[in-house]
Design a binder for this molecule. Structure first.
Ligand code: F6R
Ligand code: MG
Length: 365
């Protein structure tokens, strides 16, 4: 009999910030735990509740596969319970992250989801990355480093299982189409596309020797603000590690440089991603700078053994320092591009209102 597959799912939602868009309130996290414990009985194998900035994350293991209606339903009900307590506490923006009617998949309604199904190995180390004040293409850079750059990942040239490389699935956000590109052969085409982070997004990575899933990203979600399916603004990333996949330390190494992403204040600015321990995932300066946390787990028959707080490590101090310096440098440029995003990329702009106010005053020259 074939080994049974398990599903590892990460769901994220913004159910209300504390204070403003900085962080999450402990009561909301408690309600998430209580609700999952009661609704998940007999339906999920294990769960944990995490948060990065003002975004709440539910980590679940189960046997139902990806995009399962029942699992998405109980996640939806959990987020609703969280939103209810957020409303009671008058936390900030609690009505903005979710639509009201569940239609079978949380992704269509506001929250983001990253899910993968696999047969658990004898020992299964996984890393979950959660971000705040970033945008969906944010993981393109570290995913390239982890799975295609031998200067980052020594295993690409020394582990026979990785020698053949990895296949990246890239979603074209504009056309709603995806392409599979295999490295090392198609590295240049891959970089040509995914360097345009606002249009091309890596959504998953698979090992070429056997097609095993190595990483998944939450990429699309319903943008309640804009009223359409758009890019998940606080994407989650799951990566499997060791023996045939990049080592834990190789995955972590990709985060040692505070690369620049779109997001930060009003999702309209470019800023460096700062890797922080859980307790420092509070976006305070100019609603940022963008953060990433990493929760490490060993799976044991679908039990989540962890989390280990992976960035709680002084070897990331210099990265944080560089991120602070880059943040200070960029901030001095105020409303000028490229610190502020180009007009087409600003998500919630009051520009139409401003332009409307002055439109009569524009004279043809
Ligand atoms: C949103 C965010 C913030 C807000 C900003 C303005 O998650 O990160 O930067 O965009 O605080 O918020 P409002 O428009 O609610 O006053
Ligand atoms: Mg948020």
């Amino acid at each position: 009999m074939a080994d049974k597959k398990i599903t590892l799912s990460v769901f994220t939602a913004d159910v209300g910030g504390f204070v403003g868009h900085t962080s999450s309130h402990p009561e909301v996290l408690d309600v998430a735990r209580e609700t999952l414990a009661s609704l998940g009985k007999g339906r999920i194998r294990d769960f944990q509740v995490l948060r990065c900035g003002d975004d709440l994350s539910l980590v679940l293991t189960h046997s139902m596969g990806v995009d399962d209606r029942g699992i998405h339903g109980l996640v939806w009900d959990t987020f609703l319970a969280c939103r209810e307590v957020a409303e009671e506490l008058k936390l900030y923006g609690s009505s903005r992250g979710m639509l009201d009617d569940f239609t079978g998949n949380v992704r269509c309604l506001g929250p983001g989801s990253a899910e993968m199904e696999f047969v658990e190995r004898t020992s299964e180390p996984v890393l979950i990355f959660l971000a705040n004040k970033t945008s969906v293409g944010a993981w393109n850079f570290p995913l390239y480093k982890i799975f295609a750059d031998p200067f980052n990942t020594a295993g690409l040239i020394s582990d026979p299982a990785m020698l053949a490389g990895f296949t990246f699935r890239v979603l074209d956000l504009k056309e709603g189409r995806a392409i599979d590109l295999s490295t090392p052969e198609e590295l240049h085409v891959l970089l040509a596309l995914i360097g345009s982070t606002s249009r091309y997004v890596v959504t998953s990575v698979a090992r070429r020797t056997d097609g095993e899933v190595a990483a998944v990203v939450s990429s699309e979600k319903y943008d309640v603000h804009a009223g359409r399916v758009g890019a998940s603004s606080e994407p989650a990333l799951i990566a499997r590690c060791q023996s045939g996949f990049p080592a834990v330390g190789e995955v972590m190494e990709a985060f040692s440089f505070p690369w620049l992403v779109s997001g930060w204040m009003r999702y309209s600015h470019i800023g460096p991603v700062m890797p922080v321990p859980f307790y420092e995932a509070n976006s305070a300066r100019f609603d940022g700078p963008p953060r990433v946390i990493s929760a490490g787990y060993q799976l044991s028959d679908a039990r989540l053994i962890g989390p280990h707080d992976m960035f709680d490590d002084p070897s990331f101090d210099e990265t944080r320092k560089t991120a602070n310096q880059a943040a200070g440098y960029l901030r001095r440029q105020g409303p000028f591009q490229p610190h502020r995003l180009p007009l087409e990329e600003i998500q919630y702009s009051s520009m139409p209102i401003i332009l409307n106010k002055v439109k009569e005053r524009f004279k043809k020259i």
